[in-house]
Design a binder for this molecule. Structure first.
Ligand SMILES: [Zn+2]
Ligand SMILES: [Zn+2]
Ligand SMILES: [Zn+2]
Length: 135
């Protein structure tokens, strides 16, 4: 059985110090539950300055504790993540975002870039629709 390290553990492992504000922001992230905007996170952690919230979100993103996703309307949100490279299924009804990894899909994406002579730095993929519960 594998366990996913919590964000605090991941931060510690990445060498970043888990400071008071970071702890506060992680708690706020957990409190928000689903995908959130940085503005919502600022509102959920009023004791932490905006600049610190922005910096911490970036740090959490780098350590894989949260990931960035783009909704169908183009707005950017963040959510708690299992980490690692993955894609998203975004439900337009309940707003839930499922993470999934698909090695075959990644293989096709790399092959596509290669055929086009495109030097690929990375990719992100969001599927929009309704989840099993909402369909
Ligand atoms: Zn994700
Ligand atoms: Zn749904
Ligand atoms: Zn991929």
């Amino acid at each position: 059985m594998t366990t996913t390290p919590d964000p605090t553990t991941r931060l510690a492992e990445s060498g970043a110090r888990v400071t008071g504000p970071r702890r506060t922001i992680l708690d706020a992230v957990d409190g928000l539950g689903g995908p959130f905007t940085v503005e919502e996170l600022c509102a959920a952690a009023p004791s932490v300055g905006r600049a610190t919230v922005f910096r911490t979100v970036k740090l959490l993103q780098e350590t894989g504790a949260v990931c960035r996703l783009v909704l169908e309307d183009g707005s950017v949100r963040y959510q708690r993540s299992e980490g690692g490279h993955h894609h998203h299924r975004v439900c337009s009804e309940c707003g839930r975002v499922q993470e999934f990894a698909d090695a075959e899909l990644d293989r096709l994406i790399h092959a596509n870039a290669e055929v086009a002579g495109f030097e690929l730095d990375g990719h992100s993929l969001e599927l929009y629709g309704r989840c099993r519960r909402c369909a």
